[in-house]
Design a protein around this ligand. Structure first.
Ligand code: ATP
Ligand code: MG
Length: 559
């Protein structure tokens, strides 16, 4: 794939996981590196997952190991095939490949069940008939120990019989659970006889109606790692307290290998919500058009918005991997996107809010071809010809009838440069009955062809423009943060923090033909406006703004 020509993904940046792996290889604790990325197929992947993907796939790649994609599909009521497909697409898009190592926790249901019986037979698991409220009440608190369930000392034979009948479907949801028998007084709540299996009469996307009991995350995860020979099971910090349980299972079951779990800080990003629960609600409640709405922090949304996967990988590399939770400033995220697009995006001209300009002294109704550079950052991108003519469009914002001192763009009597074309001077302002400016009558100086005056006179502004003769009409969507504050939900109601103006749709934009010919997913810079990408999903011609230019051209001009 494209990756071969780029910087290896996990090459630099702080990454303590890499240090651990290096030490493990040196001490011969492991002979190779096997990691996994274990998504639950209950939603689309987001930029936080990108951190985990880059870490797991990237470090495996760096040490010549392999990384598995394993669907952690133990909760059939929330999981769907649509999510499985989307996750595979997104991981590939981000630039990673699991080869033949695609797994599902559900592949191990039979083995996990056998291991549950193994624990029962060893007197280390029991069937509990308490209802969820009683169980919660007896679990104790952080400061008080829990109390033993009256069912804790059931004989092995009775436990086995009940567990088999759970599997056979004899009991309704929630009637009984299988619990590990560890220690109800443990300081770590996860060791207070945690649940191993729950009854759930639900169809599973992959196992269908074969099961009506399902293993918990804790009972499935470590053992799945062990079955697959994972050497470094890397997860986010909230699982740190689960690690003793993870190890308890490995200690008490005849597992084929001994993985180790390491935790890192999850990614939090300003103005962004990365909770799947909230993202699901945004979709369900219609706050966004879907999981791939370009305002969503999902990989599908970012792809549709035109964010290059290489920029995401670079972002993840720069933020590094640490053990302390923190929130990353959006500027950190935006910077590599701009950097990469600046290098790679073709420059095009587009006018978002058109204002008609008529060049009165332009001969007849003719037009001519001028040369425009495709990318000043990349000489190999070449140039293209653009049409100039008597009728043009400029940006409405680039004209002011009564300009303040700092406004150097078009105004009555003012001369400016049209990029790649000529100097023009505004001679007359045409208004409609309502007093709205509808047209500017201008003159051009034929001696300034290409954009420079032979007499050396200067203008203070250069405007983008499009010739009316071959302009293509398109829709352009401008996006702002989906949430209006850097810490959405800090005051409680996260939905109250939605930014009411996160989307602006402009339907009468005019593009030069080369801009309109861009392919979906190919980044373009609309000069002075930002980076855009043609929307793959719209039936008509529509562009999504990926990101604005750092310094607005206007500001640079004024300065
Ligand atoms: P939930 O919101 O239900 O907790 P999740 O976002 O943790 O879901 P999973 O499918 O369980 O979703 O995540 C797969 C992997 O991605 C896990 O190993 C998880 O630790 C990691 N991950 C999830 N969110 C982030 C994040 N914000 N930063 C880094 N890694 C993350
Ligand atoms: Mg999770």
């Amino acid at each position: 794939m494209q990756m071969a020509t780029e910087t290896p993904i996990a090459e630099a940046g702080n990454n303590f996981v890499r240090d651990i792996i290096r030490a493990d290889l040196e001490s011969k604790r492991v002979t190779g590196v096997v990691t996994r990325f274990p998504p639950e197929p209950n939603g689309y992947l987001h930029i936080g997952h990108a951190k985990s993907i880059c870490l797991n796939f990237g470090t495996a790649q760096e040490f010549g190991g392999r990384c598995h994609l394993r669907f952690d599909d133990t909760n059939p009521t929330k999981e769907e095939q649509e999510y499985i497909d989307a996750i595979e697409t997104d991981v590939r898009w981000l630039g990673f490949d699991w080869g033949k190592h695609l797994y599902y926790a559900s592949d191990y249901f039979e083995q996990l069940y056998a291991w549950a019986e193994h624990l029962i037979e060893a007197g280390k698991a029991y069937v509990d008939d308490l209802n969820p409220d009683q169980m919660r009440e007896m679990r104790g608190t952080l400061t008080e120990p829990g109390r033993n369930s009256p069912f804790r000392d059931r004989p092995v034979a009775e436990n086995l019989d009940l567990f088999r009948r759970m599997r056979a479907g004899e009991f309704p949801n929630g009637a009984r659970i299988l619990r590990a028998k560890i220690d109800m007084a443990a300081g770590n709540m996860n060791l207070r006889d945690p649940a191993l299996y729950r009854i759930l009469h639900a169809e599973h996307p992959r196992t269908g109606g074969a099961w009506c009991i399902y293993p918990t995350y804790d009972f499935a995860h470590g053992q799945s790692d062990a079955i697959e020979g994972i050497t470094h099971s890397v997860c986010t910090l909230e699982f740190e307290d689960h690690r003793p349980l993870y190890e308890w299972f490995l200690d008490n079951l005849p597992v084929p290998s001994r993985p180790r779990q390491y935790e890192f800080a999850r990614l939090n990003l300003g103005y962004t919500v990365l909770s799947k629960r909230v993202l699901t609600e945004l979709v369900r409640k219609g706050h966004v058009s879907g999981w791939d709405d370009p305002r969503m922090p999902t990989l599908a949304g970012l792809r549709r918005r035109g964010v290059p996967p290489a920029a995401l990988r670079e972002f993840v590399r720069r933020i590094g991997v640490a053990r302390a939770n923190s929130t990353v400033d959006v500027a950190m995220y935006e910077h590599p996107i701009r950097e990469l697009l600046n290098k790679s995006a073709l420059r095009r001209m587009a006018v978002l809010r058109p204002l008609k300009v008529v060049i009165e002294n332009y001969p007849g109704d003719g037009t001519e071809e001028l040369e425009a550079v495709n990318n000043p950052e990349d000489a190999t991108a070449g140039s293209r010809s653009i049409r100039f003519g008597r009728e043009l469009y400029v940006e409405r914002d680039d004209f002011m009838e009564d300009p303040p001192k700092q406004f150097f763009r078009l105004a009555p009597g003012r001369e400016v440069r049209l990029r790649y074309a000529y100097f023009i001077t505004c001679r007359e302002v045409v208004k409609d009955a309502a007093g709205q400016v509808v047209e500017l009558r201008c003159t051009y100086d034929p001696a300034t062809r290409g954009g420079n005056a032979p007499d050396g006179r200067k203008v203070k502004a250069t405007l983008h423009w499009v010739a009316a003769a071959d302009a293509v009409t398109a829709e352009v969507r401008l996006y702002d943060h989906l949430f209006g504050r850097p810490d959405p939900g800090a005051d409680g109601d996260i939905f109250a923090d939605l930014n009411p103006s996160s989307l602006e749709v402009l339907t009468d934009c005019r593009l030069e033909p080369a801009a309109a010919a861009a392919e979906a997913g190919q980044p373009v810079q609309f000069e002075r406006l930002g980076y855009f990408c043609r929307d793959a999903k719209s039936p008509g011609l529509a562009f999504n703004r990926t990101i604005g230019l750092r310094d607005s051209f206007a500001k640079a001009q004024a300065g």
